[in-house]
Design a protein around this ligand. Structure first.
Ligand code: GLN
Length: 205
């Protein structure tokens, strides 16, 4: 059966992720498709999902309003693989607060036991790129693109730390859930998307 992957298409880097997943599917020669999903019905049909970077307050409020947040949480709890990128990782977190303004009332999935600091590396003008590594995923070097990126200040005992930059945790994994602070879809390197497609394919079969 074909692997049916989705990119949550409420706000953010949607098209870039669709293109990266499509490249990964092609490179891996997997029988699969990737579509843009937004409604609870569309989400119920995917085998794996990327929550893209963008603005977590917007993604949270709109997904709460149309019932998407609820089904997303249920499906991830049932084991659906999910890759949360930047704002997507904020959405997955149990607790999040902004480095400058502190805690605000924003809807989160609260499914990944991490304590997250939003905009941890500064504002838009402090965006940067740097080499990072995701050794345990078989990715020794990766170009990390950080745009108003979060970092993780604490993880639950069962959450694996995948990468750190300047002593800050920037990538984590727990079973079917991966969160990264940087934007892999803004590079030409599809290694991380390939890892995710492979994970989804393995969990489906
Ligand atoms: N700072 C944004 C947030 O907290 C995330 C930025 C991004 O996804 N590039 O939602």
């Amino acid at each position: 059966m074909s692997l049916n992957l989705g990119v949550l298409s409420i706000q953010g880097d949607i098209l870039e992720n669709i293109l990266s997943v499509q490249s990964a599917i092609n490179a891996l020669d997997i029988n699969g498709t990737v579509t843009s999903v937004r409604t609870p019905d569309e989400i119920s049909q995917v085998d794996g999902l990327i929550i893209p970077g963008g603005e977590s307050t917007t993604i949270g409020q709109l997904s709460l309003a149309n019932g998407t947040l609820k089904i997303l949480k249920e499906k991830i709890e049932q084991g659906m693989p999910v890759l949360g990128i930047c704002a997507g990782m904020v959405m997955l977190s149990k607790t999040a607060q902004d480095k400058v303004v502190g805690k605000i009332d924003q809807p989160l999935l609260e499914i990944l036991d991490i304590k997250l600091e939003r905009n941890s590396f500064g504002r838009q003008r402090e965006s940067f790129e740097t080499d990072i590594s995701l050794t345990s995923l078989g990715i020794p070097t990766f170009n990390g693109v950080f745009i108003r990126a979060p970092s993780i200040s604490d993880v639950g005992s069962d959450v694996e730390i995948l990468s750190k930059f300047n002593e800050k945790i920037i990538a984590v994994k727990k079973d079917n859930i991966i969160g990264v602070a940087f934007h892999p879809e803004l590079t030409t390197d599809t290694s991380l998307h390939k890892y995710f497609v492979n994970l989804a394919n393995t969990l489906k079969n």
